[in-house]
Design a protein around this ligand. Sequence first.
Ligand code: IPD
Ligand code: CA
Ligand code: CA
Length: 273
Amino acid sequence: MLPQQRLELAVSIAREAGERIVAARHSQTFNQQLKHGQELVTDVDVAVDTLISERLDAGLPGEQRLSEELAPDREVMRTADALWVIDPIDGTVNFAHGLYHVAVSIAWVSEGKTRLGVVHAPFLGETFTALCGQGAWCNGKPIHASRTTNLQRCLVGTGFPYRRDSRPPLMRRLLAILEHCQDVRRNGSAALDLCDVACGRLDAYYESVSPWDFAAGVLIAREAGARTGHLYPCPEGIPEDLYGENLLVSTPEIHAELGDLLRAADANELRTY
Ligand code: IPD
Ligand code: CA
Ligand code: CA
């Protein structure tokens, strides 16, 4: 199946998944549990992952998947030639609290490169899509990253891991951004943060996340003209498009400066703050 046809299939599945999420919000009957002691998961996350997996299997039988709830074994990133990467609900905490930054994220990766991505935000009525080498769109209209050149005017999105003990080191980065940029936003969906960079609402995004959180969004941002990359070298054996540690995605003109700022914060080298 051609990438364009795969994208159309992924969009129709993401929209059906979005309807399921909206219906669950209205009925308010879902259960909440903690995964690994601190990560919130609802039975809607699992139901939506099941729906997406069944639809992909029906349309493209036997293709491999990496999905947050049903198939989270990352070894497949090293071994599969081609892979669907799925986050059924990105923004689970928002979903459970009645907030609107919630997305379905589906990407298809082959030979180590993300070829297509869809991020569908059912409560916001926005469907972001991208095809490798062909551009990025929101509800079918082309989107473009901002062209901000001045760090002081940059609005920066980020997020924080569920593990409490991973948070304190990130405070240095946060302080550096608050000191040198316009402000920060923590909207609770990495996929939508990346789409917000893609359409120029945010100028930059940095975070360490799992492959399903960012695989689709990072392609959308890149295809919209943002520069995508990592603060530090990536390990061998995992496609860079699926390596989620120390991501930095921004308008091209500020990428180097922002990278220097965040690395200096990590090394505790900043003189200010
Ligand atoms: C989370 C969101 C959040 C990010 C977390 C992710 P989830 O995904 O993307 O913005 O800060 O690191 O785990 O758990 O809602 O699918
Ligand atoms: Ca997620
Ligand atoms: Ca999720």
